[in-house]
Each structure stands twice: as structure tokens, then as C-alpha cells.
Design a protein around this ligand. Sequence first.
Ligand SMILES: *[C@@H]1O[C@H](CO)[C@@H](O)[C@H](O)[C@H]1NC(C)=O
Ligand SMILES: *[C@@H]1O[C@H](CO)[C@@H](O)[C@H](O)[C@H]1NC(C)=O
Length: 315
Amino acid sequence: MFLQLYPLLNLLLVPQLVLGVSYTQSDSITGTGFLNSFSYQAIADPTHGRVNYVNAATAASQNLTYASGNHFVLRADYHSVLNPSGPGRNSVRIQSNKQYETSVMIFNILHMPQGCGTWPAVWTVGGDWPNNGEIDILEGVNDQGTNQATLHTSPGCTMPASRTEKGNALLNDCNTLINSNSGCGVKFVDTSSYGPNFNNKQGGWYALERKNTGISVWFWSRNAGTVPADVNAGGTTVNTDNWGEPTATFPSTSCDIAEKFGPHNIVINLTFCGDWAGSVYGSSGCPSSCEDFVNNNPSAFEDAYFDFESLKIYT
Ligand SMILES: *[C@@H]1O[C@H](CO)[C@@H](O)[C@H](O)[C@H]1NC(C)=O
Ligand SMILES: *[C@@H]1O[C@H](CO)[C@@H](O)[C@H](O)[C@H]1NC(C)=O
């Protein structure tokens, strides 16, 4: 009203509003919108997990994906005992139909998969891996510790050892060909960023900002006092300048982000055991062996589900 009455004042204010890094909403995905915006990938797990990724029809008939109102649920089967020599536990891997480059993505997540043997991930990746890069936003295994955000690239992308972020940098060379493809990761400090602790607090928001001068990830727990108003509102614009210190940041200082990262699809997947969850299972405090546990204890996977309230994308 005020601005309508004073159009000249409006013109004067606009330049100030665009000074920061302001983004405009391009996608607002909730409930059944996830089914239209993503496709099922019934593929063999490239990370050798004890999983059987199902197609859309099987996911629907077994209620492994479920969409209603402000909920999109993606889960593993928690009813079947598995034949040790047969396929792995039914689960779901979905990929966004659209690709994104410089953008902001905000995942509002109410619940994430938990349980021994679980390896959930929310990430983005380009074709011709690793030449278009990979950005792991939310990932972990066996309910262990905090979240880890990681970049994986072709050779020639490293991160400065010292940078301004809340998390703790692990390895600083993003090259997939060395360190057994550990990538350049940042371990979060906030214990509510992953697993049972995340779920006990009704989850929260994961945000990714990708720009050519750097890639950053933020996490805010549901009831944190620091959730930015524009993130909480999920409205038509966001300004990352107001979000404070990122939880993880990957500057372009010694990595040509524009060259190492191409158009990316968003992938959401839930596997079991495999290259990461399986290899560290023995030291996780979980019972039995990873594959035996996954085969024989379906009820242990009742909480192995994502529940997304929304995914908002800004460009
Ligand atoms: C699941 O996600 C992780 C991302 O961190 C990826 O490395 C892995 O290949 C994915 N596994 C499957 C089977 O999709
Ligand atoms: C399917 O899953 C949703 C979410 O977990 C649940 O609310 C619903 O009751 C389930 N439907 C059936 C038929 O089991």
C-alpha cells in the first residue's frame, strides 16, 4: 500500500534490494509435486549396497513413496525378510527431471532415514561423472554422528585449508581419483544435523547455494533461533547474504567452479551397507554384520524414511 502510493519511493528502494545476492523462486515442490518433478531410477546401486531400487509402479504399490498435502515420503521396505542370495532391500532412488546450475535449493525435511546399515543421501550430480562434478548436501551412514557435505570433481579442484565455515574441513582435494574418492568434505558440528537427533527435533532445513565464486551449504534445525526469515517463509525470493556463516563452504580460490561443475540433477537415494555404510559398519556399534542385519530385520527399517515438507529452488 505504502509503496503503491509512492511509486517514486518504490523506484528509489529497488536498487538497495538488489544489492545483495537475491534469488527468485523458480520451483516450489510439495507433496505430489515431487512425483511430477522427479523420476524413479530402478538401477543397480553403483556403490554396491544391499538395495533393490524399484520403479514407480512398485514404489506406489508397496507404499515406498507416498505424497499427500505437505508430505512426500520416500522409504525402504520394512516388512520383508530377504533371501541372502536374492536382491537387496527394496528402496527408492529418484532424480529431478530438471537440471540446475547457479541456484539456491532449500530442502525442508521433517524426517530422514535412520537405522543401522542405512546410507541416505540428498545430492546433485552432472552427466559424464566426475567431469561435471558432484555435490553431496546431506549424507551419512549407520546413524553415526553429524552430517557431511562433500564435493567430488575431476583433478584440479582443491579447497583452502582455512576458510570461514561452521563445520570442520576433512580432506581438501576434491579429485575423485585420489583418497579412494573421499572428495573434499566438511563434517558438521551441529549434532541435530543427522539421523535420530535430526528426527527428534522434527528435522529442519538444508540449503545449497551454488555460484561461480563458491558453493555453500547451510543447515538449520527446526527450532533453531537462527533460521532466516526468508528460509522459514519459503516465499518468492531469498537473499543468502542474510543467512550468516555457512555450515560448509567451498570457495573458487583454487577450484574453477564454473568449469568443474556442469548442469546438475538432484538425486535422493537410500541405500544400505555398500562402499561406505558397509565398510564402517563394524565400528558403528550396530549388531551382527551389515548385510545380515539388513536381510533379517525388516522392522529395524520402519524409520528408514525421508519426509519432505517442500523443496524450493531459486535462480
Ligand atoms: C547415493 O548417494 C551417494 C551420494 O553421496 C552416491 O555417492 C551414491 O552413489 C548413491 N548411491 C546410489 C546407489 O544411488
Ligand atoms: C503409506 O505411507 C504413508 C506415509 O508413511 C502412511 O501415512 C499411509 O498410511 C500408508 N498407506 C498405507 C496404505 O499403508
